[in-house]
Design a protein around this ligand. Structure first.
Ligand code: F6P
Length: 325
């Protein structure tokens, strides 16, 4: 398809590697002679016409920066038909003929609607620290967040073992346990609690009791933000009631997991997908997401992506459980 100008935006929670992805989109477009408009503040900026021309040099020295130079926002207006109509009109009057959306599944739903209602070619690129998007093995930002959380908990482990303490460490993931299970394996957690699985308190206490019997010195429980066992502070109280001998501390890692320089894996993934978005649009692909599966670049329809759940964490949970013995 002949494209003279495309737009790129970032939407949803920021993720390390979004900048590397913007850079790849801009430079690939330049390579093929296509102009790029950067849209600030996600879909909100599409409605308010917050457009700026991006050139090869505008994206110098951002490959290593966390966050997003285009900013990100949640837009209520874009959820309405009127909002999307205004966004489409703004794109058309700016001479933009295709849109690249870097974000998570909520952002893809918006892109899909824009395409279906206004026939604007769109490609989504998966970027979220949650790694919860169907159709791709990895999302941009996940590996960096995993490394950040692992490094932080390694430090907590030092103090936990020095004091013989039990730590409950909360990691991000309101609806997805992908980050928690990977962190759980990486730091050798005693237990990992995720939103997708109803581990009972009874099961958790049995696991801790076994450690007590075996005179285990320090314990770290990794708990995802959206765990069904409630928040880390309440759970700490419940554990204390059962096990008076535990000296318990709670640590909430929070948004530190979303910031920071992207690791090399995220920079490479972001670069690969940025190139794929522009080349996909040139090839006439639309209403789809570019991702990687089994080390292969793939394109999946956005309908399929948003209608399905992200990857199952069962196998990683099983591994975490075996190794926490
Ligand atoms: O970006 C994904 C995520 O970090 C989730 O893991 C978390 O639940 C959510 O965003 C928190 O978002 P915020 O605090 O920015 O609203």
């Amino acid at each position: 398809m002949k494209i003279n100008k495309l737009a790129v935006l970032t939407s949803g929670g920021d993720a390390p590697g979004m900048n590397a992805c913007i850079r790849a989109v801009v430079r690939t477009a330049a390579f093929y002679g296509i102009d790029v408009v950067g849209v600030e503040n996600g879909y909100e900026g599409l409605i308010n016409k917050e457009f700026k021309q991006l050139e090869t040099r505008s994206v110098s020295f951002i490959i290593n920066q966390g966050g997003t130079i285009l900013y990100t926002a949640r837009s209520e207006k874009f959820r309405t038909e009127e909002g999307r109509a205004l966004a489409a009109q703004n794109l058309q009057s700016a001479g933009v003929s295709a849109l690249v959306v870097i974000g998570g599944d909520g952002s893809f739903r918006g892109a899909q609607k824009l395409n279906e209602e206004h026939n604007i070619p769109v490609i989504g690129l998966p970027a979220t620290i949650d790694n919860d998007i169907y159709g791709t093995d990895l999302t941009i930002g996940f590996t960096t967040a995993l490394n950040t959380a692992t490094e932080a908990i390694d430090k907590i482990r030092d103090t936990a073992s020095s004091h013989n303490r039990l730590f409950l460490v909360e990691v991000m993931g309101r609806n997805s346990g992908a980050l928690a299970v990977s962190v759980g394996i990486a730091i050798g957690a005693k237990a990992t609690l995720v939103p997708e699985r109803k581990t009972t308190k009874h099961e958790l206490f049995a696991q801790l009791r076994k450690g007590v019997v075996e005179n285990k010195k320090s314990n770290i429980i990794v708990i995802a933000e959206g765990s069904k066992l409630g928040n880390a502070y309440n759970l700490a109280k419940d554990i204390k009631e059962q096990f008076d001998q535990f000296d318990i501390r709670v640590s909430i890692l929070g948004h530190v997991q979303r910031g920071g320089n992207p690791c090399a894996t995220d920079r490479i993934l972001a670069s690969q997908l940025g190139v794929a978005a522009v080349e996909g649009l040139i090839d006439g692909k639309s209403n789809c997401m570019a991702g990687v599966q089994n080390n292969q670049l793939i394109y999946r329809s956005l309908n399929e992506v948003v209608e399905n759940q992200g990857q199952e964490n069962e196998e990683y949970l099983r591994i975490a459980n075996i190794l926490s013995i």
